[in-house]
Design a protein around this ligand. Structure first.
Ligand code: GLC
Length: 617
């Protein structure tokens, strides 16, 4: 017997609530204690949003409930872009669905698109209204239409949700500023400088040049406000259960507009404790688990992606470890893979990369995996620890980080890279880099045919690396055609202070140059090969192996069809790998998926050309 719509909805809600109730309230109570009245409100909120979901989304819920690992498929490939820079506005995106399809994209991430504060909004990460689309990009209705059109083509949609802070122009902040005590408790406000200084002792600065310190004093209402990032971004007080309810409400509101994945911004900073650096604290993981359980109950089609750009030990925890296994974020950015790709390219040595990726990261996670990427809208912070460097002969951590920053700013003799220094901290000597994939990989500085070849091959090796490592690969807009740094950002008053705009160019839709076409074709080809390779699904373990040739990075994906051995030559010289190494990894035929040719040689070793990438089955 088929139940009619209403009882069936109730039944589904009850089943899902029963499934995730423990995940939700065990974590919720760790943070907020026993609060039956609040829990009751939370449950009612979940029920309300579930009932309000469209039939199409409810069907998707069912489909993904039956296949909760849908996003781990080798068929998934993502594309990340600013809506205005890519297509003018949301309506414009509709004209480019064919472009996604031609490249093989089935997951798009619209960079911050909720209503930002006017003027400088940190690239849209200073949000004043989570329920409205940035008017410069369109309306909520237009957004829904785009999401629906994409859904019909089986392309899923990610948007950003900033969890750590709101703009100081957000309605809650305005009320707080006007003296409303209830809303002051939504933020972290202090009366005395002494309290603030006590925290500062152990905090680090995220934007030491642009926004030094972590607090802002407002004489109008005589309080110090916690502002980790910029002065206009006020940190939320997650110790207040009302904040949890508000955000859960917003998440489900957005889910019902057709969002498939929420990129949860700056999660590492959500919990504060005196005497710590206030990053990656255990409470963050309980909050993230509770939020995940909440959306799993009321919008199971939606997944969470955590943005925590932190050191290896902390990074893994966002994909769910220990009691959070299978219960936290579904995706997290693998910033360590990114950092070590660039580090190894500069040194032509993969020993540190092999050590770090093998030492700190499990071979797979439950219902979760990496978002693999090599460039994004942000700078590259050299998250390489002193302890890890101490394990690899010849590397001194501080000197290595400084070398990388200088190398990618094009300031180190012989560097092929062109980029900018981002946020140099005079106190710690720490500095980061901006720059587009192609410019950092040498395409901008290339003068000879040989240098051009090397740059293109560095890019394509990177694409092959992120397409095979294990996770959901994310291409950042423009990288698929090798766009160079956009120096015009310095002419835009709101952007001039922030050289991350160097690598946030506009998409040129005209005719491509021969080089752009080569990068595009090479990228598209790698994507096609990935999709044809079940070994590369994200739930297949990734085992890092040391090749015995320090220029070559390798790992094995142990699929049902047998192993796939991926190898990458990080140098401009030919490298040899003995046949026995391949055989020891289980390779029988020495067939390279990417070139559709055998790599076997009569000499007893495989010869890898400069910047080679091979996927051997
Ligand atoms: C995230 C974003 C970054 C932004 C910061 C503050 O790290 O990726 O662009 O500046 O959060 O919201």
């Amino acid at each position: 017997m088929r139940l009619s719509a209403a009882p069936q909805d109730t039944l589904l809600f009850d089943l899902r609530f029963n499934r995730s109730e423990h995940d939700l309230f065990s974590a919720f109570r760790k943070i907020y204690g026993e609060k039956p009245a609040v829990e009751k409100r939370l449950k009612a909120l979940l029920q309300r949003h579930w009932l309000a979901r469209s039939e199409a989304l409810k069907n998707l819920d069912l489909k993904r409930d039956l296949n909760p690992d849908w996003f781990l498929s080798e068929k998934m490939v993502g594309y990340v872009f600013y809506v205005d820079r890519f297509a003018g506005n949301f309506n414009g995106v509709l004209d480019h669905i064919g472009y996604f399809e031609s490249l093989g994209i089935n997951y798009v991430h619209f960079m911050p698109c909720l209503k930002p504060r006017p003027g400088n909004s940190d690239g849209g990460y200073s949000v004043m209204d989570y329920r409205a689309i940035n008017p410069a990009l369109g309306t909520m209705q237009e957004f829904e239409a785009v999401a629906q059109a994409l859904r019909e083509r089986e392309i899923s949609v990610t948007i950003d949700l900033v969890l750590n802070h709101t703009a100081k122009e957000h309605e809650w902040a305005m009320k707080a500023k006007a003296g409303d005590i209830q809303y002051q408790d939504y933020y972290l406000m202090f009366d005395s400088q002494a309290e603030v200084l006590a925290y500062e002792k152990t905090l680090v600065e995220v934007f030491p040049n642009d926004a030094p310190g972590n607090f802002t004093y407002y004489p109008e209402f005589n309080k110090y406000v916690w502002t980790t990032f910029n002065e206009h971004q006020w940190d939320l007080n997650w110790a207040n259960p009302e904040v949890f309810l508000e955000i859960a409400d917003i998440m489900l509101f957005l889910a019902n507009k057709g969002v498939d994945c929420l990129r949860l911004d700056a999660v590492a900073f959500m919990w504060k404790r005196l005497g710590t650096n206030c990053q990656n604290l255990p409470e963050v993981h309980d909050i993230l688990q509770a939020l995940r359980a909440a959306t799993r109950i009321a919008a199971p089609a939606m997944i969470h992606k955590a943005e925590a750009i932190v050191a290896p030990r902390d990074l893994v925890t966002y994909l769910g470890v220990g009691r959070h296994t299978g219960r936290e974020a579904n995706l997290a950015y693998h910033n360590n893979l990114m950092v070590h790709y660039w580090s190894s390219l500069a040194t032509r040595d993969t020993q540190l990369m092999t050590y770090v990726l093998r030492k700190h990261f499990p071979e797979r996670f439950r219902n979760a995996s990496w978002a693999t990427y090599l460039r994004c809208h942000d700078d590259i912070g050299w998250a390489i620890t002193d302890e890890d460097c101490a394990q690899v002969p010849g590397i001194e951590a501080f000197a290595h980080r400084k070398y990388l920053a200088d190398f990618y700013a094009g300031q180190f003799p012989g560097s092929f890279a062109r980029g900018g220094i981002f946020q140099e901290n005079p106190l710690t000597g720490d500095k980061r880099n901006s720059g587009s994939f192609a410019s950092l990989a040498g395409l901008e500085s290339a003068e000879t045919e040989l240098e051009m070849e090397a740059a293109i091959n560095r890019i394509l090796m990177g694409v092959a690396l992120m397409a095979s490592f294990g996770g959901l690969p994310l291409l950042f807009m423009g990288d698929e055609i090798g766009l160079l740094n956009d120096y015009a950002f310095a002419q835009v008053p709101e952007h001039a202070h922030d050289n991350r705009w160097l690598h946030r160019p506009e998409m040129p839709w005209g005719k491509r140059s021969a080089i752009q076409q080569r990068v595009f074709d090479g990228t598209r080809y790698i994507i096609q090969q990935r999709k044809a390779c079940p070994h590369l699904a994200a739930d297949i373990p990734t085992r890092i192996v040391a090749v015995g040739n320090s220029a070559v990075f390798a790992f094995v994906r142990e699929g049902d069809e047998g192993p796939l051995l991926a190898m990458f030559n990080f140098s401009e010289l030919w490298q040899n790998v003995p046949n026995e190494f391949l055989s020891a990894q289980g390779a029988l035929k020495f067939l390279d998926v990417l070139s559709a040719a055998s790599v076997a040689t009569p000499e007893g070793y495989v010869q890898l050309p400069p910047y080679a990438r091979v996927w051997i089955t």
